[in-house]
Design a protein around this ligand. Structure first.
Ligand code: NAI
Length: 422
């Protein structure tokens, strides 16, 4: 029996078309790993719950985990990122899905609880909400060893778990899959970088000639700065980290405090994982340029002070789906994308499948690793093993038909030795 609650089961055919497209773009997850999983069934008897953006790419991950023998439960990791057609298609394939676009906070947590009620052995989270809920409300699953280990997909989730670990309250083995090289150097940089296209479609503006402010110069934001510049924008980067700020400066961007950019910015895009990157005050709001577009690509909707902007606006006009015109008391107009939530997922389809292939290849292999190491994993943060990270890299190269050199014995000994010098 499949357990589910989705928006509309009749959307399944459309969802199947989306999944069909992703299949061909994800050779590592959908072909190479899935073929072996189908034969070896490394996840037999295991229940996996994923709190992930319900997109076609997540559907491909779910298919691969199921092919490996797992019972899969999915809920959305953001109230606005679920693609209802994909959710409906996955239900038809026997994946248990509790997700629909536009759910309330209460419904969001109800979906998480429905997945946890299935007593999962592995949790794959995106933002930490499911694993934190497991700690608070389903602690018996941790105490009695039902949950073997957990995996986290995004930077904000990893930061939350590091904070829990530091306070001694993280009680599960936690693999920060986000921090693997095959994940954050590709998914975050390339995927979120290309996410600025969603910002363009939000208002259908030309980036060329515009002053675009990118808050942050981390994995996601440096990708966004690069793509915005590629589209002809004058890019200003804001940072709080001296080294990142220097990197941005030497990469040729203007760098300055965000407050100084407000009167000149045509578009402001955030992806910092921080709160109130634009300060939630009337004085700050009044500095914004008339007509500015505000978009966030960081995990939570608090980088741009959405709530306070809504309160300050005297009128909020929906312009098109997920784009609002906020009219301030003095008549100034500000355009808010995706209610301050992940603009690339809400206004578009999220990262391209090609880049999610590596992230979800890693998540697939990490689920297998967890099962193989059941009983040996201690609570706390555990790095993704380097050989698994490397293997996904090699598989991606193989799938793309790219060969690379390998070290000769002489080279290996040289770079691992100290004797040879001047
Ligand atoms: P990161 O840690 O590599 O970069 C964040 C950067 O923001 C750092 O350089 C930091 O110094 C800077 N920063 C922090 N506070 C700031 C502030 N107040 N003003 C200016 N800069 C500030 O993190 P990463 O991987 O780039 O992730 C950023 C956010 O994007 C996270 O919330 C993450 O979960 C999310 N994310 C979103 C994705 C999407 O599809 N939209 C995909 C992957 C990650």
């Amino acid at each position: 029996m499949v357990n589910y609650k989705v928006a509309d089961e009749n959307l399944a055919e459309k969802g199947k078309e989306a999944l069909y497209i992703a299949e061909s773009k994800m050779p590592v997850t959908a072909e190479i790993i899935r073929k072996r999983f189908s034969e070896e069934k490394p996840l037999k008897g295991i229940t996996i719950a994923g709190c992930l953006h319900i997109t076609k790419e997540t559907g491909i991950l779910a298919r691969t985990l199921k092919a490996g023998g797992a019972e899969v439960y999915l809920c959305g990791s953001n109230p606005l990122s679920t693609q209802d057609d994909v959710a409906a298609a996955l239900v038809q394939e026997g994946i248990n899905v509790f997700a629909w676009h536009g759910n309330t906070d209460e419904e969001f947590y109800w979906c998480i609880r429905e997945c946890l009620k299935a007593k999962p052995n592995i949790l794959i989270d995106d933002g930490a909400d499911m694993i934190v809920t497991a700690h608070k409300e389903f602690s018996e699953l941790i105490e009695n060893g039902t949950i073997i280990a957990c995996q986290e997909e995004t930077t904000t989730g990893v930061k939350r778990f590091k904070a829990m670990d530091k306070q001694g309250i993280l009680r599960v083995p936690l693999f920060p899959v986000n921090d693997a090289r095959c994940k954050n150097q590709f998914d975050n940089e390339l995927g979120t970088g290309q996410g600025i296209v969603a910002a363009i479609y939000g208002m259908h503006v030309l980036f060329a000639g515009k002053t675009v402010v990118i808050a942050g110069f981390g994995h996601c934001s440096s990708g966004m700065a690069l793509r915005a510049r590629g589209l002809g924008a004058n890019v200003i980067v804001t940072e709080v980290d001296a080294i990142k700020a220097l990197q941005a400066k030497f990469a040729g961007y203007n760098v300055m405090p965000i407050e100084k950019t407000l009167p000149i910015a045509d578009i402001i895009l955030t992806a910092t994982g921080c709160k109130h990157v634009i300060q939630p005050s009337k004085e700050t709001f009044n500095k914004l340029k008339d007509g500015v577009i505000l978009g966030n690509l960081g995990h939570f909707d608090i980088e741009i002070p959405t709530k306070e902007l809504y309160e300050y606006a005297k009128e909020i006009k929906p312009l098109r789906q997920h784009v609002e015109e906020l009219i301030f008391p003095d008549g100034k107009k500000v355009y808010l994308l995706a209610k301050g939530r992940l603009a690339n997922l809400v206004l578009s389809e999220g990262h391209p499948a090609e880049v999610m292939d590596m992230s979800f290849g890693l998540q697939s292999l990490m689920s297998e690793y967890i099962v193989r190491n059941k009983g040996k994993l201690k609570p706390g943060m555990i790095d993704v093993p380097v050989d698994i990270d490397d293997r996904v890299g090699f598989l991606k190269l193989q799938a793309m038909g790219i060969e690379i050199d390998s070290l000769t014995e002489e080279q290996y000994n040289y770079i691992h030795g100290y004797e040879e010098g001047t």
